[in-house]
Design a protein around this ligand. Sequence first.
Ligand code: NDP
Length: 393
Amino acid sequence: MAQTKRVSLLGATGSIGNSTLSLLKQRCDEMPDFKVVSLTAQKNVEALALAAIETKAEFVAIADDAKYSRLKELLHGSDTEVGAGEAGLNDAAARECDTLVSAITGAAALRPTLEGVKQGANIALANKESIVCAGKLFLEAARKFNSKILPVDSEHNAIFQVLDNEKRVEKLILTASGGPFRTTSLEEMKLATPEQAVAHPNWSMGAKISVDSASMMNKSLELIEAHYLFEMPQEKIDVLIHPQSIIHSLVSYDDGSVLAQLGMPDMCTPISYALSWPTRMPVPGVERLDLGKIGNLSFERPDLKKFKALEIARQALEMGSWGPNVFNAVNEIAVEAFLKKRIGFIDITSTTEKVLNRFASNEFGIMTDPVNFDDVFELDKQARRIAEEQIQA
Ligand code: NDP
């Protein structure tokens, strides 16, 4: 039997968290080659306790301190230790493990994910926001602590599977479904509700990433993620709309060859690849790709007038590493405001653009790149505050 892999999971009650748990439960039961070390959630204490019992996790942490006693109560009599708050989350990530799955939403994942990096664990990275806001520093830390970043985002996972850096890469091509508003007019998009925005045609995901997909902020964050992760200049990263979400991304080489990774849109495949890397493990539950049944795959270029986020992301990258830091923070605040119906759908992108430009015009002082993580957190905090003010204005 292969050596048992110790796995921790940040964001165990979310969409990625649930898919990861389904894989882990199967592997722990049928062939005990995985051991669950720690699990975390923000407030969903019932689901977290159930997951801890089912996986016999060593440690669980709930970010919301107020839920600590309820979690203790639910796990009374089990061997699982319990923690809470930011310290609890960091403890969960710092527990010795082979692979840390980072699946918390937003920049809130950065601190605990860094704990995993510091212990030299492999990081199965679903959370794109941490690499967007701290790109260079995050990768430097990974190199320093010998922590391997294994992308879980399906596009980056696809590129990771087919990228051969020894060969000359001409381009990375990130595919995008186009989201629920691909064929919607700009006028109609202005009236879009949160319910319409979260109704993704192909993927079932958490609310924040679903809204990001609808505005193409998700692809914009992915563009930045790919730039850092694969050390690729942004001019060499293209975005291509592919509504069926079968080709998860492509790498174009300078001999004219284009390599792609294909599969049904099911996050269990990239998660399992990251969990089992450098080998693969069977995932019987994933529907097999039958191209004969699908018949046609189609492609189109993104409409950059309708989905301005893609161009704003490129501008943010040109500004320096502070640009993506601000871009991400403002988007997080704007998405939250949209979900609470405080702003319209189009305002998400326009708020991000306005605040980014205010920073770029040195309204808040001359912008320089963060030199350490404290700078990243400080800028993130400031950008959130300015974004909130902009929304109120
Ligand atoms: P969900 O909203 O479904 O789940 C988020 C998880 O993180 C939950 O466990 C939630 O706990 C926890 N959480 C949220 N905020 C905090 C916080 N501030 N502190 C601690 N824990 C928190 O999100 P997804 O699973 O859809 O996405 C997670 C990450 O993975 C995102 O970065 C997303 O971009 C990325 N991703 C997701 C994909 C998908 O298919 N869903 C695909 C590719 C990437 P609770 O349930 O208690 O609120």
